[in-house]
Design a protein around this ligand. Structure first.
Ligand SMILES: CC(C)(COP(=O)(O)OP(=O)(O)OC[C@H]1O[C@@H](n2cnc3c(N)ncnc32)[C@H](O)[C@@H]1OP(=O)(O)O)[C@@H](O)C(=O)NCCC(=O)NCCS
Length: 166
């Protein structure tokens, strides 16, 4: 298994993994209208995939700019700070058949290391209805610092926890 930077033609495989995590783990909670755009977002700083020699792409993670107002509100509630000092670990996905073997941690560490190398504190947000993901982050020492609500025009709001890195 090796990790490398995501290429544009990897997106279709990543969308198929996301289809599985949406079905099995309710992440993302709503299937996006534009799944490729959800994964390859304009806020993205960099993204990586995990490649299994036999099965191809089995995991994905991205690092995003921390310019979403809602996430920064939770950070700023702790004290005045600038969004440029933070980056958001996002779109972490491991194919269900590859879960439980340390791959999620490797992907998370990769995004965290890159954030730190840029001089930015890593943060992340996680939907309150994904207990496995919450336990995963907390097992790895992430600190819950607040909550936020993503308001959607035609669907129920998404309630999320905000975490900072250990
Ligand atoms: C959450 C997810 C990324 C974790 O990936 P993974 O490869 O299964 O996790 P890992 O094997 O790397 O686990 C790393 C550590 O977290 C712990 N952990 C993982 N899931 C856990 C759970 N449900 N409860 C408690 N601990 C858990 C592991 O025991 C392991 O601890 P260890 O290092 O002491 O052995 C993966 O399950 C996934 O893709 N879920 C669906 C999508 C999703 O929810 N993404 C998060 C969006 S915010």
């Amino acid at each position: 298994m090796h990790l490398r930077q995501r290429h544009p033609d990897d997106i279709a495989s990543c969308v198929e993994i996301m289809r599985r995590t949406h079905h099995d783990s309710a992440y993302p909670i709503y299937w996006p209208d534009d799944p490729a755009g959800f994964l390859g977002n304009e806020a993205e700083l960099k993204a990586w995939v995990a490649v299994d020699p036999d099965n191809g792409i089995v995991g994905h993670v991205a690092l995003h700019r921390a310019d979403e107002a809602a996430a920064m509100q939770a950070i700023q509630a702790k004290g005045p700070t600038e969004a440029e000092g933070y980056a958001v670990v996002s779109r972490l996905l491991v194919h269900p058949q590859a879960q439980g073997h340390g791959l999620g941690k490797r992907l998370l560490d990769t995004a965290v290391d890159y954030s730190v190398s840029r001089g930015q504190h890593p943060i992340l947000v996680v939907t309150k209805n994904t207990p496995d993901a919450i336990q995963f982050y907390e097992a790895l020492g992430w600190n819950r610092i607040g909550s936020m609500t993503v308001e959607l025009p035609v669907r129920p709001d998404i309630e999320m926890w905000v975490y900072t890195a250990p």
